[in-house]
Design a protein around this ligand. Sequence first.
Ligand code: NAD
Length: 358
Amino acid sequence: MTLFDSPAFEGHEGVHAFSDEKSGLKAIIAVHSTARGPAAGGCRMWPYASAEDALTDALKLSRAMSYKNAMADLELGGGKSVIIGDARTQKTPALFEAFGRAVEGLGGKYWTAEDVGVSVADLTYARRNTRYVAGLEGHAAASGDPSPVTAEGVFRGVRLCVRRGLKRDLDGVRVAIQGIGNVGGHLAQKLHAAGAKLVLTDVNVEALRRVAAATDAEIVAPSAIFDADVDVFAPCALGGAVSLDTLPRIRARIIAGGANNQLADAETGRELFNRGILYAPDYVINGGGIINVAGEIRALELGEAFDPAWVDAKLDRLALTLEEVLEQALVERRPTHEVANEIARSRIVGAAEKRAAA
Ligand code: NAD
């Protein structure tokens, strides 16, 4: 299959491959859309089995960023970058400096930030060679790690789904969290504080034990998380957690979590709907982090300090958007992800038409 035939390519404006022999950088930056503004989305470092796997991931993630940024009502398009490599053993300052040069080469078409495997410290090296980096620390416009804000948005989304789907509050609700990293860890703390009973898993056993101890949670093996007897399943690891294979095992009535690309495919989304499971579309519920990043981009562009109140207002608006999606899906008896896709596409197409007419 060629790049242009790939189902994940759908509508991409540009796909850029970079290699730097000296530092070992192999990276792909996918720009899905700049209709609403410069493409923005994090950088993921992952030991992909092949360049093709990396490409598919970059394409899927960048399209999801276009949808996410549109649903978060940001003046940003969608893009994403992936670095092929093991974040535990292959990170060097030179690698991220080379990545910064790659981002700079796109001349502001793409803004990067953190994603799985990439930290604030890593991006500080990228920043040496490009200004198109957000999610940093130590300057007036800086917004820091976006994960706590992502987790706050997911927390509000879970609470909304529980209120709508189970007609109750979070106290005593059982939630299974797959992946207790940056987002899942903060989410676990917030849910625990709200009285939820947690079942947690992660492949990082040490971190898992730490978070479970702090949140009075039950621990299960990664493969057993789908069978947990819970009300809510919150995928917070990598994509594709909900598939036609795992769905028959999922006992939760609600799926709402922080991971990107939670549904393995569109058919799974349909099947969720057929089974009466309430699904909070991933790129809507997890938009908090990119809102925080957008706050930094905005501050940099305006030459102002980072404004947490602007971020909070956008987070409130995001919760309303999620509610609108759930309500429309209920009224029209349609899967939530289809409704969200439709709204996101119309916002992107609307912006493109406005730009063409200007
Ligand atoms: P992270 O790397 O800090 O956490 C991911 C965790 O998942 C890690 O602890 C990892 O060990 C675990 N994990 C990986 N495979 C697993 C498996 N098979 N079973 C159980 N656990 C597994 O990453 P993060 O920043 O917390 O992001 C988590 C998800 O949320 C990703 O899909 C990311 O794209 C998405 N997301 C993150 C942000 C953000 O602000 N960080 C924003 C939006 C979306």
